[in-house]
Design a protein around this ligand. Structure first.
Ligand SMILES: [Ca+2]
Ligand SMILES: [Ca+2]
Ligand SMILES: [Ca+2]
Length: 304
């Protein structure tokens, strides 16, 4: 509201400030400007906590550096390229916004399967509330392949931004991820607009005992970009596999067995979006059959 009113200001804002004695003689447009300025000030004074913003470089939607998109033309370039995560306190709710590098489309007509208005993307936002060794889960949700969190970065809740409706998500979670069921947060609402997925989560659903709830910069965050697979492998939670060679609906550049992480893009380093984070992502997602398991790092925005 304040922003909209402010645009009615006929001058740059700095020239709108007038001494009180002259304000009475100002023309109508300038008075509108004055009102707008006070509204802007009021809005700023009552503003909620700013969002926690995590950024990611462009063009690193290739997991450990080798992954290729499936060959079907629906997988538009940059459809899995993470760019930004914003977490905002909304009173009784917490909003998670995830921006990627392409417009989010709905090529598989999600309305026909009770979906959320998009088809391809599936983002899992992992949260570590305590940063305490051994408290939480080190395994990710099933379907991300061979990859783990470190013990001192164990996650406590994961918010799933999926195009699948609540009924399908809940039945998949019951069947394939029962041990995580209290830690998986299915949003009240998940929707797509432009390049951004937005999910609204009940704050109460983010509580674990005394921790969690309102978002804090001292939490750990990781956003894993995957692809929604409506016909997943029997143990996978609605995720698309990475094989050695890309197929019509399979990512390539990995392994046909179980050695590789099934992860396209993640946050890395300090999540400022700088180019060093590309190499950091490739390093942490590096894998080797029988000798090296890839790691999903947590990002702690409040850390020095
Ligand atoms: Ca990226
Ligand atoms: Ca934890
Ligand atoms: Ca990345």
């Amino acid at each position: 509201m304040a922003q909209k009113l402010a645009t009615t200001c006929p001058q740059p804002a700095t020239t709108c400030r007038q001494p009180a004695t002259t304000r009475l003689r100002l023309p109508a447009a300038a008075l509108t400007c004055s009102v707008a300025l006070s509204l802007v000030t009021a809005a700023t004074a009552g503003a909620a906590e700013p969002p926690i913003v995590l950024q990611d470089p462009d063009g690193d939607d290739n997991g450990p550096g080798t992954y290729k998109y499936p060959t079907d033309p629906v997988y538009l370039p940059r459809s899995f390229d993470l760019r930004k995560v914003e977490v905002t306190d909304r009173g009784d709710d917490v909003e998670f916004k995830v921006t990627i590098g392409a417009n989010i489309e709905d090529p598989w007509d999600s309305k026909t399967w009770d979906g959320n208005g998009f088809s391809l993307q599936f983002v899992q936002v992992y949260l570590d509330f305590d940063h305490v060794n051994g408290k939480g889960f080190t395994d990710p949700l099933p379907g991300l392949g061979s990859v783990k969190f470190a013990a001192d970065e164990a996650w406590d809740k994961v918010v799933v931004l999926s195009p699948q409706g609540r009924t399908r998500l809940s039945s998949e979670i019951r069947a394939k991820a029962a041990k995580f069921k209290d830690a998986i947060v299915v949003p009240k609402v998940t929707r797509a607009a432009g390049k951004t997925l937005t999910a609204l989560v009940k704050k109460a659903d983010l509580k674990v005992g005394d921790s969690g709830g309102a978002p804090m910069a001292r939490w750990g965050f990781q956003a894993v970009v995957q692809s929604n697979e409506g016909y997943p492998d029997k143990a996978d939670l609605l995720t698309r596999r990475v094989n050695e060679n890309a197929g019509q609906h399979r990512f390539g550049g990995g392994d046909d067995g179980e050695c590789d992480p099934h992860v396209l893009d993640i946050l890395a380093g300090k999540a400022k979006g700088d180019k060093t984070e590309v190499a950091e992502q490739h390093r942490t997602l590096a894998w080797k059959c029988d000798t090296k398991v890839a790691r999903l790092p947590m990002v702690y925005p409040a850390a020095p």
